[in-house]
Design a protein around this ligand. Structure first.
Ligand SMILES: [Zn+2]
Ligand SMILES: [Zn+2]
Ligand SMILES: [Zn+2]
Length: 362
């Protein structure tokens, strides 16, 4: 894997990751306007959690036609300048032009003991999975998924080492149903300046389990799933994909290593290969289920970057598709948003069987 870095005049960086292809030679990058937007953390005193206020995001490009895609490589002399000046790469990473955090976010002093603010200092990156506009992750060769795992591990290691980053969150939003603004296959990485509340909630549950049993919670969950197999969707040596016992949405799937692995960086080459293969299998099953690309959010949870040792940090990926049937979306309504309790109107064991039997298209 070869990494080529370009620093733009607007302060953002861009990396080309080359595996089999030679690294890019001549680079022409046209600078883009970077807005002077309000960006800060506001403390939601009622909930005891941060909210990111980032006003520039309203101006994001929304579902542009293919010829105006900012994630396609800039083509020819006269073409408009996209985010990526050269096509000579397999995976590209750049700092988001419409970020929720930025390394140079301004100070944000408290207005009062209730109206507390903090600088939104962190990093937001976009990972472009392929120079090809019409690729989907499931359609890419297995080798590309494998390369993506290497790039994820590299981003995790690099961002974890930055002083302002407390948590590296790797994720993908797929499908217009969940608000994706660009269809070109891509994912994102947020270098959070704090540990996000969903992760804190998992950490608290894992700490409680560890205090009681002396064991890692995810290790125990995975061992139980493997032991009876009722909710297993697919498995490869050392990794398993399952619908959780208390899935919050019908087609929720988690993918985790069977042994204790806190992060991507501790996986061996062979483990990365099998992890990539299993993620590809899950995506292929989703797409085979109803014959169209299943929209989802994919979130990766792994060890935090704050240096605090926690026994229950165990790498896993959570897929949350918004559909409850082929033509019905699951909306988050009053009980979910106002009371914080999910209602799942399906049996996780049945959904696991459906996905297990959904043959990946060849
Ligand atoms: Zn594109
Ligand atoms: Zn574990
Ligand atoms: Zn999790």
């Amino acid at each position: 894997m070869k990494k080529t870095r370009l620093d733009r005049a607007d302060g953002r960086y861009l990396y080309w990751y080359s595996f089999d292809a030679p690294p890019p030679a001549a680079l022409r990058v046209e600078e883009q306007e970077r807005g002077d937007d309000q960006i800060e953390l506001r403390w939601n005193a009622l909930l005891g959690e941060e909210v990111i206020v980032s006003t520039g995001r309203q101006d994001r490009t929304f579902l542009p036609p293919a010829e105006h895609c900012p994630l396609c490589p800039t083509a020819g002399e006269a073409a408009f300048a996209t985010e990526i000046p050269s096509a000579d790469y397999e995976i590209a990473v750049f700092e988001n032009r419409f970020p929720s955090f930025r390394p140079d976010a301004p100070d944000a002093p408290d207005a009062s003991p209730i109206e507390r603010r903090a600088p939104a200092r962190g990093v937001c990156e976009v990972i472009v999975y392929s120079p090809r506009h019409d690729a989907t992750l499931a359609s890419l060769p297995e080798a590309q998924m494998r390369r993506l795992v290497d790039v994820w591990a590299d981003r995790y290691a690099e961002l974890s080492a930055r002083p302002e980053v407390q948590y590296v969150f790797i994720f993908e939003n797929r499908g217009k149903e969940i608000g994706v603004t660009l269809t070109h296959p891509h994912g994102q990485v947020y270098g959070f300046p704090f540990i996000p509340p969903r992760v804190e909630q998992e950490n608290a549950a894992a700490a409680e389990h560890h205090a009681r049993t002396g064991r890692c919670l995810v290790c125990d969950i995975v061992a139980e799933e493997v032991s009876h197999g009722r909710r297993i969707v697919a498995a490869v040596d050392g990794f398993v994909a399952y619908v959780p016992f208390a899935a919050r949405v019908p087609y929720e799937v988690h993918v985790a290593p069977v042994g204790h692995r806190p992060s991507l960086t501790v996986l061996s080459q062979g483990q990365r290969e099998r992890f990539a293969r299993l993620l590809g299998i899950v995506q292929a099953k989703y797409d085979a289920l109803w014959g169209f690309p299943m929209p989802y959010t994919m979130s990766m949870h792994q060890r935090a970057a704050d240096g605090v040792p926690r026994p229950g940090e165990h790498l896993h990926v959570e897929f949350m598709p918004p559909y409850r049937t082929k033509d019905k979306l699951k909306y988050l309504a009053g009980v979910e948003t106002g009371a914080g309790t999910f209602i799942n109107d399906t049996a996780p064991e049945e959904k696991a069987q459906e996905l297990r039997e959904a043959a990946p298209r060849t």
